[in-house]
Ligand binder design. Structure first.
Ligand code: NAI
Length: 479
């Protein structure tokens, strides 16, 4: 029987990062993950690497190039005739990127001397309190079964797509985040249920590649988690790009028949509408993945929505069993899981592991990109806090003009009395990169004045952030 200080169950951004950090801190660590590549080899990296962040960004990049080629290159004086999509090549490139990341995570585990088990983990007995290794789990690999015992376990088993109650994913017509990344033909009509992060990103990909994309959203508000002025701007841009976005709908039925999906819904006015789509992407959120763990045996408590209950240190009700990432509450973001993985490893090693949930950035990789950190104007208002706002459009930024991408703006919200930055909201080119400066400023509890006095390179998109900071006190220079 092998003994460990820490076993991470799950090899996604939460689990493998917890394992690496624990190993860096001198602990004896194992990581267990069952995902397989088509050739049977380990597919380390979790949802993010295999069917989430990484492949979606690969396809977003490919489809953006195609869109630029068709719509923008001529303005640069570049003529290209007869541009065609080779979807098989596009998918092969995406698959290679996934594989590089799978191998990259395996390399990192090995480099840090983390023992990797390619199989499933399950509880077979409750923790035996008082033992030096109180947690025992069974690992089933292709080589057979073994029992591992550990002082600590980190549950990092992630999440699964939420299906509709009466329509299972077949990944052919009815797609989750997985099937939508591996289509072999561009659909003529793609219907998307849920205008959340996945619906918008994947809707953008297939629309740029030529599909007619219809996105149906139950809520009346578009992207309610984002700052309203930013989400309203984004809504306009997406509509202008040709995405059909229907808000306030109620799904009536969705049936697969005759090589199509037949969807009926009531629109916001209550009128019954019908769509016939080649594919139907159901992106209505995700649920915690704890199937197969035999969690009940461990004594770990779950919440009514199936997520694992943890305390402020990310420990479950069972001492020595911790949980991170999508399987617990909070935003389902890879970087949030990573932060939690580090914090748990540091807590286990006797340090003060901590996650600052106030400075976790959000990004939606559409065109233009949306990114934000901190509070929205609506949240600040609801708290009754006095605030100031400064904003600056990319239209007035020289680098954005040279790029040919001037959509959007940066908006900064600061406390009216202390000037501390409360939230930064970006819609525009490279928002995913620009948000890092805002997160850093907020981590250091910077004021808008601090940001306004930092010299930014010219010409750069980041000057827009500085100008928005100047605008908080009415001093923007270039507008
Ligand atoms: P989501 O929570 O972002 O959006 C789901 C949307 O579906 C919501 O707007 C909701 O109102 C709507 N909805 C729910 N039930 C519906 C129904 N019956 N009919 C119509 N609309 C309905 O969830 P999504 O897009 O599935 O993504 C799952 C998770 O993955 C998110 O929590 C997100 O954080 C994460 N993710 C993050 C990415 C990023 O950081 N760029 C990329 C992709 C996913």
């Amino acid at each position: 029987m092998s003994n460990y200080d820490v076993i991470a169950v799950g090899g996604g951004p939460g689990g493998y990062v917890a394992a690496i950090r624990a190993a860096q801190l001198g602990l004896k660590v194992a990581c267990i993950d069952a995902s397989r590549r088509p050739d049977g080899k380990p597919a380390l990296g979790g949802t993010c690497t295999n069917v989430g962040c990484i492949p979606s960004k690969a396809l977003l990049q490919s489809s953006e190039f195609f869109s630029l080629l068709q719509n923008d290159f001529a303005t640069h004086g570049i003529q290209v005739k007869d541009a065609k999509i080779d979807l098989a090549q596009m998918m092969q490139r995406k698959n290679q990127i996934i594989q590089q990341n799978n191998l990259g995570v395996a390399y990192l585990l090995k480099k840090n001397k983390v023992d990797f088990y390619h199989g499933t983990a399950e509880w077979v007995e409750p923790p035996s309190r008082g033992d030096s290794y109180p947690h025992r789990i069974k690992v089933v690999t292709t080589q057979g079964e073994s029992i591992l015992q550990s002082k600590n376990l980190v549950i990092a088993t992630g999440s699964l797509p939420r299906p509709l109650p009466d329509l299972a994913f077949d990944e052919h017509r009815v797609l989750s985040n997985e099937g939508i990344l591996s289509l072999t033909e561009v659909p003529k009509v793609l219907c998307v249920l849920g205008a959340g992060v996945i619906g918008l990103e994947m809707g953008s990909v297939w629309q740029r590649l030529g599909a007619k994309v219809i996105i149906l959203e139950a809520l009346q508000d578009f992207l309610p988690a984002a700052d309203r002025s930013i989400s309203q701007e984004a809504y306009k841009f997406f509509k202008a790009q040709g995405l059909t976005l229907e808000l306030g709908i109620r799904l009536q039925s969705a049936v697969v028949a005759d090589q199509a999906v037949h969807i009926q819904y009531h629109n916001a006015r209550g009128e019954l509408q019908s769509i016939q789509a080649d594919q139907f992407l159901v992106s209505i959120g995700r649920i915690a993945q704890t199937q197969g763990l035999n969690l009940a045996i461990s004594g770990v408590e779950t919440l009514p929505d199936g997520k694992i209950k943890v305390d402020s240190r990310l420990q479950t009700n069972v001492p020595g069993i911790w949980a991170v990432g999508d399987v617990i509450g909070g935003p389902m973001l890879a970087h949030k899981a990573e932060e939690e993985g580090v914090a748990v490893a540091e807590s286990i090693a006797g340090q003060s592991g901590h996650v600052n949930y106030q400075t976790i950035p959000w990004v939606i990789y559409t065109d233009p990109e949306l990114a934000w950190v901190g509070q929205t104007e609506q949240q600040v208002q609801a708290l009754g806090r006095a605030y100031k706002v400064g904003s600056f459009p990319f239209m007035a930024n020289g680098r954005a003009r040279a790029l040919g991408n001037t959509h959007g703006l940066v908006k900064i919200i600061a406390d009216a009395n202390t000037d501390e930055i409360l939230g930064v909201h970006i819609l525009g080119p490279q928002a995913s990169e620009l948000i890092a400066e805002a997160a850093m400023a907020m981590e250091f509890r910077a004021t808008s004045e601090d940001l306004a006095r930092i010299c930014h390179a010219h010409p750069s998109l980041a000057e827009t952030t500085r100008e928005a900071a100047l605008a908080v006190t009415g001093r923007a220079l270039h507008i």
